[in-house]
Design a protein around this ligand. Sequence first.
Ligand code: SF4
Ligand code: SF4
Length: 398
Amino acid sequence: MIKLEEYIDSLDKCSYCGYCQETCPLYISELFEPYTARSRINLIRSVFLEKSWPLSPGVLKIIDSCMLCTQCTRTCSGRVPIDEIVIAARSEIHRGIEFKKMVIKNLLTRRSLIKTLVNLGYLSQKYGLAPKIMPDLPKKTFEQAYSGTYSPAGKPRARVAYFVGCGTNFMFPDTGKSVVEVLNHNNIEVIIPPGQVCCGIPLMAQGDLQSVVDMVLSNVKVFEKLEVDAIITDCTSCGMMLKEKAVRLMPKDSDLETRVTKFSGRIWEVTDYLSSVGLVAPLAPLTEKYSYHVPCHHGWEKGVKDAPTKILAQIPEAQYEEMQYPEGCCGGAGTYFINHKKISQKIRARKIQSIKNTGADTIVTQCPVCRYYLASQLQGQRVIHPVSLLAESYNVKG
Ligand code: SF4
Ligand code: SF4
């Protein structure tokens, strides 16, 4: 379990150099020193470890303001795991909020409940009763349409299990359909096992770590018995959670740690997986100009950031136009854009301008929240998962 005491050595490595300012979307937007990583983590040290500063509403606001985007960890000279320190502090704070925790946990661990809400949400939108902040919901969730084993026409060259994230399941089932079709088209068998739950990242962001442990173990139980070459995810945030964070939440040197390590070792982001095994099916030309928004949570595996452009470059005639700041945050950050509307919109405005400057028709990104949040501010440019562009080239769009 992530505990603040475990990060004392890491906190000591902060030299106040300020490199974390350069990449923090929040600081770049607000130019407010308390919002920098160095100020936040040193405030956390004073409040929770040294107990030399009170946990005031102002302190809570500063801890809550972090987007957990991990951008600062890439420029931090001391390699301080800033996001994990913020999560550990939130875990201290959120211990008391039992009712809210219970409601959210029940929703995220019981997908049948969310499925019912999505089905009701779809009807509310159809009849104009839903609030505008909600994305357009599908008539059926991905798991209502897809479950079980999907085999290619020929002999499979590999077999993968598909971890279906909540974004694909409840908002963008078209991504899931493209993933299955593209993998099958490339002679890869896909298993979608029942019983999966949310990866846990929304609760980790709130500091409810015990619930995250329960969710990780539920998913491990579902996947560990499957004989597959890889467990793929189409979402970079689910990937970060399952590949990098899950094992850190387990007790050290325990059986659970061993089981989760095995599970995490098989996690691949789908475009990275395709780039690694190679595409075998010939791609048809697409007269498409596309650009790529790199999701913040790409650093958990070195191939994830460049895999989409590597595989999409193989589509004949499709033209790639790099945007300015491709790795710049879009401002969505999970549910951050709901609770920090103004800041998120300011961060998004910069991104939207760089997207418009490309003149691209299509923006690809592996994060469903980025997809929703960017698309809601773009006209005449669509935002899709990179695998969906491959599916179009194969003419196998789900
Ligand atoms: S995680 Fe993101 S928002 Fe938080 S301090 Fe780092 S760069 Fe800034
Ligand atoms: S970049 Fe890292 S070491 Fe430097 S001030 Fe920021 S948190 Fe501290």
